[in-house]
Design a protein around this ligand. Structure first.
Ligand SMILES: C[S@@+](CC[C@H](N)C(=O)[O-])C[C@H]1O[C@@H](n2cnc3c(N)ncnc32)[C@H](O)[C@@H]1O
Length: 463
């Protein structure tokens, strides 16, 4: 029986027997894969001819493993063989492995070849060639060729090039540490239009935004002249939000498609796919798409849509009752990994912010909606709790541009985060104040309820 020990023994003391073993197993794919996977380190003196016959093996995985082993030998005499494979093998995986093996040799004579590979149609091949070429970063010819890829059609390639060559040219970095924010934003509720208010909020001061924007023409507080106007408005708000968000931090937007009832029996009602239309706009601003979470409600809460169909059951007229909303999760674009964000916090904060056992492991969150005597569309606290716990650390500043009754603020406070809220309607602003009396969750001395003018004054004082 073939064992790893036996293969390693042959590799060391009897290469010709290893060669025979490989030839004997040419058609035994399983054994051949086993042999090729167990060879481990191969030094420069190892005879590549042992593998050469496998380069054109019909099995793709065998070819990949063969080239991997040839690559380990790290012999520049093999570069023409690898180049030949890159040019002629039909498998993208095999070609990538051959490029990687060329890269391993770090041989400047392969630069021209690798630069030509940058024109390949397969973005994965181009990505591999970029990796191989980055070994020579600083070489004028290589830098010029790679920088040109900043206009490449493929977003992964663009992002790698941006990260390597252009990322430190960003402006308006916050003067504060990543974990800190301005005191004048902590536990503050401002009554006014969010767009007017955000003009006075400094760059990179918010750790997390979670919001449910006003509906399109669905409720009395949200009248826009057209759907495009409505999306333009949201885009503007989330562009400002982008500016005030700290590097690599999150925006979670709760929306759902909405139905506008028909004007008369001669017309049909229209459904607007808000999460999907908004998504493209957010991504264009620079928000990186991270996740789509479905908020599942135990039962539908608006008008029954399936009633007619239930009676006649004629195909085409099927209109299910909606029991879901979306929580779309985005991250402010950065070349830094999440690890960087997490490492900004001290040991205690990380420990205290750890999410408790029993957290939701899927992207379907079943949570009952909440009704409220004053505001018609409030967040259930459990929804805010999950978003805050999963996407922020204790002591962070959490923002809701469309605060309504202020559920996010109260939950943030409860979870030892700070909040910054904006709300246009005076009656909802006044309503928020009542919570500090009724539930004492807003501590009177800490929560500031202020007008736009008062906010401007406070910001100016602190500048
Ligand atoms: C869907 S509700 C949010 C409810 C909130 N999530 C809660 O838990 O109570 C949207 C809110 O955005 C407010 N709003 C609409 N346009 C606004 C604007 N331009 N600036 C600030 N608030 C606005 C509305 O008055 C409404 O209260």
């Amino acid at each position: 029986m073939l064992t790893k020990e036996y293969i390693l023994k042959l590799k060391k003391s009897n290469p010709s027997e290893l060669s025979n073993l490989i030839n004997d197993n040419f058609n035994n794919i399983k054994s051949l894969i086993f042999i090729l996977e167990k060879l481990g380190f191969l030094n420069k003196q190892f005879d590549p001819n042992i593998f050469i016959g496998l380069i054109s093996h019909p099995n793709e995985q065998i070819r990949v493993l063969t080239i991997k082993n040839l690559g380990k030998i790290n012999n520049i005499a093999l570069i023409p063989t690898f180049m030949n494979i890159v040019e002629n093998d039909e498998s993208s995986l095999v070609r990538r492995e051959a490029i990687s093996s060329i890269g391993r040799t770090r041989n400047e004579n392969s630069i021209l070849f690798l630069c030509n590979i940058l024109l390949d149609k397969d973005p994965k091949i181009v990505g591999q060639a970029i990796r191989a070429l980055l070994v020579f970063k600083g070489n004028k010819e290589v830098d010029e060729k790679l920088k040109k890829l900043s206009n490449h059609k493929n977003e992964m390639i663009k992002s790698v090039i941006y990260k390597e060559y252009f990322s430190n040219k960003k402006t308006n970095k916050s003067i504060l540490k990543h974990t800190e924010t301005y005191d004048f934003l902590k536990n503050v509720v401002v009554n006014g239009d969010v767009q007017d208010i955000l003009k006075f909020v400094p760059d990179e001061s918010i750790h997390l935004t979670f919001t449910s924007p006003p509906y399109y023409n669905a409720r009395d507080y949200s009248i826009y002249s057209s759907y495009e106007d409505y999306l333009d408005f949201l885009e503007d708000v989330f562009l400002d939000t982008y500016r005030v968000t700290k590097e690599g931090r999150f925006l979670v937007v709760n929306t759902s498609p909405i139905i506008i009832p028909r004007i008369s029996r001669a017309h049909s009602s229209k459904r607007y796919p808000i999460p999907f239309d908004l998504h493209t706009r957010l991504v264009n601003i620079g928000w990186e798409f991270i996740d789509d979470i479905i908020w599942l409600k135990p039962e539908y809460s608006v008008k029954n849509r399936i009633g007619g169909f239930q009676q006649h059951r004629k195909p085409l007229a099927y209109k299910p009752n909606t029991v879901t909303e979306y929580l779309m999760v985005y991250r402010k674009n950065t070349d830094k990994l999440l690890d960087w964000n997490m490492k900004q916090y001290d040991y205690n904060t990380i420990n205290e912010s750890k999410v408790q056992e029993g957290f939701e492991t899927t992207n379907v969150w079943e949570i009952s909606p909440k009704s409220d005597k004053v505001h018609s569309a409030v967040f259930p606290m459990e929804l805010c709790k999950r978003v805050i716990e999963y996407y922020s650390y204790k002591g962070d500043l959490v923002f809701d541009p469309f605060a309504g009754s202020g559920t996010l603020g109260r939950t943030a406070k409860f979870l030892d985060r700070y909040f910054f809220l904006t709300e246009k309607e005076k009656n909802y602003f006044e309503y928020m104040k009542t919570f500090q009396v009724e539930t004492a969750l807003f501590e009177e001395n800490k929560t500031k309820f202020i007008s736009l003018n008062e906010f401007k004054g406070i910001v100016n004082e602190n500048n």
